[in-house]
Design a protein around this ligand. Structure first.
Ligand code: TXA
Ligand code: MG
Length: 357
């Protein structure tokens, strides 16, 4: 991957990564410890309701640079800023008057929660956070540990998912360690993430009669839910265009990817196993009727939502199951598609990005 300034290389000087629990008993200590490190310009991994984030003080450009280094993230891919209140939102974003009414309604309906707005940025946000873009992506997390740390710090928190660039997002503290051990000083363990998929990202345009809501990344807040607030369009384009001369153009198309090739077919009959190779199946319900289960002697089968097949359960388990299959020494993973309604749209978006072209 294309960033030589990874981890300690940038002078983070980190050797051991501490992991501290944040249960009811030790919550105060965890909150103080994490906020203290953030205030000193360090980076720490924190739980959110979507996935674990790698947090830094959003107003401290040096701290933000550490986030890019630890993740090996190219500097042209901007970060999400997490705010604790509407006042903090105003510190990082200029809300255009034309969209303020609909923005307020969306905030009332979905914040704190997994909905991120792309808005014009204020000058207080370092250019590094937004990769030089005039806009900033903002959300308020509903995770109580994350919120307590944000309040204690008293400043907005920049936090991308706590994985190395292009890899699977972590939905548990152990998965963060696998990605970033030795590169960051602290992981706050808040258990498994409630949603398991990254936030829905939208941009709002005033529109003629009704506001237009453009979904830049599908997520836990679905198209159907957003339709109550305006005309909704799903952007087909990637979130950010890779700038000319970038070291590895095309990287951004592949995201959330396991190291083991992940195969996605239009129909089960298209899967033609090569002799001698070990394949694993990522099944939706573990149901033979989907056409995959009995098609092959799978080396390993993992189901996203065994039995009845519930999309919220599938979303919560997706990255965990992807990681389990990735660590099983297979030649390839075959992913069964899920129904593309509601949360299924976000799940299929992640599977398509993880799949080999
Ligand atoms: O649920 C989430 O959103 C998690 C948790 C930690 O909050 N964060 C997350 O961050 O998924 P990250 O960095 O892995 O994904 C953020 C995405 C990136 O693909 C980035 O390109 C896009 O947001 N983004 C950030 N700023 C943007 C902007 N100004 N315009 C368009 N896209 C932007
Ligand atoms: Mg990410």
């Amino acid at each position: 991957m294309a960033c030589p300034a990874a981890g300690r290389g940038l002078g983070t000087g980190v050797a051991d990564t501490r992991i501290i629990p944040a249960n009811d008993d030790d919550m105060k200590e965890a909150v103080r410890g994490a906020a203290g490190l953030l205030a000193q310009g360090e980076v720490v991994a924190l739980p959110t309701e979507t996935v674990y984030g790698l947090a830094a003080d959003a107003f401290n450009a040096d701290a933000v640079a550490r986030v890019f280094a630890a993740k090996e993230r190219p500097s042209f891919d901007p970060l999400i800023v997490h705010v604790s209140s509407k006042e903090e939102l105003k510190e990082v974003a200029e809300v255009p008057a034309e969209i303020e009414p609909v923005l307020n309604k969306l905030i009332a309906a979905f914040w704190p929660g997994p909905l991120t707005f792309v808005l014009p940025k204020t000058s207080a946000v370092p250019d590094l956070v937004t990769s030089g873009l005039p806009t900033v992506a903002v959300r308020q997390s509903s995770n109580r540990i994350f919120r307590a740390i944000g309040r204690e710090l008293g400043r907005p928190i920049a936090a991308p998912s706590a994985n190395r660039f292009g890899r699977i997002s972590p939905t548990a503290a152990g998965a963060v360690l696998k990605e970033l051990e030795g590169r960051i000083p602290l992981v706050v363990d808040g258990g498994a993430c409630r949603d398991g998929l990254e936030s829905t990202i939208i941009r709002i345009e005033p529109g003629d009669k009704r506001p237009e809501i453009r979904i830049l990344r599908p997520g836990p807040v679905t198209k159907k839910e957003l339709q109550n607030f305006g005309r909704v369009k799903v952007e087909k384009k990637r979130l950010i265009d890779v700038p000319e001369g970038a070291e590895a153009p095309g990287q951004l198309a592949s995201h959330y990817a396991p190291v083991t090739p992940l195969l996605l077919f239009d129909k089960a009959e298209d899967f033609r196993p090569e002799p001698g190779k070990r394949y694993g199946l990522m099944s939706y319900k573990g149901d033979p009727k989907a056409g995959y289960l009995e098609r092959h002697e799978w080396a390993l089968v993992e189901s996203l939502s065994p039995g009845s097949g519930k999309l919220p359960e599938a979303a919560v388990r997706l990255f965990h199951v992807m990681r389990v299959l990735d660590e099983a020494g297979l030649d390839a993973i075959v992913a069964e598609p899920v129904s593309e309604t509601g949360l299924g749209q976000a799940i299929m978006d992640r599977l398509r990005r993880a799949a080999v072209a």
